[in-house]
Design a protein around this ligand. Structure first.
Ligand code: SAM
Length: 262
């Protein structure tokens, strides 16, 4: 689905309206190549939406430039994309011509992002917002069809990133990409290091300390029997717990219940 830049005349009118900080993005008809997408990225970084007033920079919470560059290489116009949370990433997916859904429970954020697109001549025909928490929206949207890329950057408290992965990344086609931001946060890190890194059906394809991208090598629902997860052993018991277990196994059964912690 090609990204349709506004006509030159419309661009000129927007430029007038938007003033120096909001010059429209350009006059290209499509966004087929990565160089064009990277140009858009530069423009959005230089002119970010004021979407998260509580962000330390007073404008927008954001991930690293490298992550956005990765996204620019991972999608093409018409890609079916979904993100939890919203921000610069929403503008980028939209401007790049993706069929994009942003799941975010704060209507004001959606309004700011829509207005940003309108004043910069970015076509929003294929952008939709679901104004609910992802924990509520994603299970209900589960039957909505396959996705090419999901960006999981909404709520970061346990167990929300896992819910987002299950219902969001569970819709990825084989070869689709899941991007996790804020990887150092405990709920994200423990899931990625404790589970996803061990699962051979997810290939770690890129990332830094802040974010990680995985390619899905399977498809269909992520619900399965534990016998499908032989790679997953759970956390290792501590040395003292293992020692107690070993000593306990040498005791007669009648004594075990008395001596061992239950
Ligand atoms: C770090 S920001 C997203 C930044 C964005 N991905 C980017 O790179 O520009 C986190 C977003 O998550 C949203 N959020 C918070 N709780 C959420 C929830 N339960 N479901 C979905 N989004 C949520 C916030 O409103 C905010 O827009």
């Amino acid at each position: 689905m090609p990204w349709r830049w506004c006509s030159r005349r419309w661009s000129a009118r927007l430029a007038e309206k938007a003033g120096a900080g909001g010059v429209p993005f350009g006059g290209m008809d499509t966004m087929p190549d990565i160089a064009a997408r990277l140009k858009v990225l530069e423009r959005v970084i230089a002119d970010p939406p004021h979407v998260h007033p509580d962000a330390p920079n007073g404008s927008a919470w954001r991930t690293s430039r490298r992550c956005y560059e990765f996204l620019a290489g991972a999608v093409t116009p018409g890609a079916r994309t979904l993100e939890t949370g919203a921000g610069l990433s929403t503008i980028l997916f939209t401007a790049w011509g993706c069929m994009h859904t942003a799941v975010v429970p704060i209507p004001e954020e959606a309004a700011v992002l829509r207005e940003y697109c309108e004043t910069r001549g970015i076509n929003t025909d294929h952008l939709s917002f679901d104004l609910r928490g992802s924990e509520q929206a994603l299970p209900e949207r589960y039957g909505d069809g396959p996705l090419d890329l999901v960006m999981l950057d909404g709520a970061h408290a346990f167990p929300l990133p896992i819910i987002d992965w299950f219902y969001g990344a569970g819709r990825l086609r084989s070869g689709g990409i899941a991007v996790f931001d804020d990887a150092p946060l405990p709920a994200v890190r423990s899931f990625l290091d404790g589970y996803l890194e061990l699962d051979p059906r997810w290939e770690h394809v890129d990332g830094t300390r802040k974010w990680r991208a995985y390619r899905r090598l399977s498809e269909g629902s992520l619900a399965e029997h534990e016998s499908e997860q032989a790679f997953f052993r759970g956390p290792k018991p501590s040395v003292s717990r293992r020692a107690v277990g070993r000593v306990g196994s040498m005791l007669p059964k009648s004594l075990r219940r008395v001596v061992l912690p239950q």
